[in-house]
Design a protein around this ligand. Sequence first.
Ligand code: SF4
Length: 390
Amino acid sequence: MRLNGNLWRQGDVVVRLAQAYGYCWGVERAVQMAYEARKQYPDAKLHVTNEIIHNPAVNQRLKEMDIEIIEDRGGGKDFSGVKQEDVVILPAFGASVQEMRMLNDRGVRIVDTTCPWVAKVWNAVDNQARKSHTSIIHGKYSHEETVATASFATTYLIVRDLAEARYMCDYILHGGDRDEFLAKFSKAISEGFDPDVDLGRVGLANQTTMLRDETLAIGKMLEKTMMEKYGPAELQQHYMVMDTICDATQERQDAVTQLVNQQSDPAQHVDLMIVVGGFNSSNTSHLQEIPEVNGVPSYWVNSAACIDAARNAITHKLASGELVETVPWLREGPLTVGVTSGASTPDRAVEDVLERIFQIKDPSFKGTAPLALEQAAAPERPHDAEAIAP
Ligand code: SF4
C-alpha cells in the first residue's frame, strides 16, 4: 500500500492511508526488547510494570509468553509476586522513581524499554527541580507516563489543556481563591503544593503524546504571563523552557490533519475516517479528535472485533470517551475511507479492520494478502539520537 502512494482500491472502496501512522520508533523498540527478554531469560519469571504499550493484541501476546502484566486496577499495583532474580520489564512510557527504587531494592533484573524521548522529558523535569522551579506538566494526571514524569519533580502541577493553563496563568497574574485552586487540581499537584508560593518559578514539560500545538500554546501563554508579572529582564529567573515534544506524535497528528483538511478537493476527499488504536491510548484519542473537530465522521476502534460485517455495525469510541454503536454504518456505493492508527498499533490490526470494511461493501470478499501496509519497509527514526539525553 505504501508503494502505491498510501492508496488502495478494493471494489468501490478507496482507502487513503495517512502519510505517518502506527508504530513509532519508541514503541517498536520496546516491543522488540520485551520479546527478546523472553528469549534471553527462558527460565526466569518475567513481569512488566504495566501494559508495555496500549495495544490489546501485543499485551495478549506477552501474556501468552508467560510475561505477567502488573496493572493498577484501582487499588494500586500488586508487586507481591515479584521476587529477587525475577526479570522486570519497564514499559515504553517508563516507571516512577519510587517504583524503580523499590524494584532495585528487591534485587530484580531490569529490562528498561523506556523511550529515550520520554527520558528526555524526565531530564528536563529533573533540571527544573535542581533549579527550584515548579514543573508545569501538560498531560493527564492519571496517565502512566505523566505519573512517571511527575515523580522526577520536587514540585509539580499537571494541566490537561489550554483552559486549565489559562486558569493557572490568571492565578499567577491576579491571584484568586486559593482553596478553589487546590480543589480544582487536587489530583494534579505535588504534596504540599502552594499556588501562592510555587508558581513563582516554573518550567514546562509535557506528556509526549499530547497535542503538540496545545503544548506550544501553553508554553507561550506561560512565558507571556511570567514576562508580564516579572518583566522581560527577569524572565529567565522565572521561566525555563525546553523542547521535549516527540516528533512521532506530531507527525501522526499532522498526517491526519492533512487527510481531513482537503475535503473541498474531490481528488483528496474522504467520506469518513477510521482510527485504529487501543481505547486507553492517549495519542490515539488525539488522532480521533482531529477529524471530529474538522467535522469529518470518524470511527475509533481498537480492533476489527468492533466491526460486525454481517450487521453493517460498528462499535466505536468518540474523543470524549463515549462508546457508541452505529448501525447501519456504511452506505451503499463508492466510498473513500481515510485511515490512521495510534503509535502502539501493529499494522496487522489496521489490515484486519480494512478487511471488515471490504466485507461489508462486498460480502463475497475473502481477504486480501497483498494489502500489506509495508510500514516496516520504511522504518522511521523520529528523533535525533545526538539530542537525546540518556
Ligand atoms: S510516541 Fe514518541 S515518546 Fe512515545 S514511545 Fe513513541 S517515539 Fe517515544
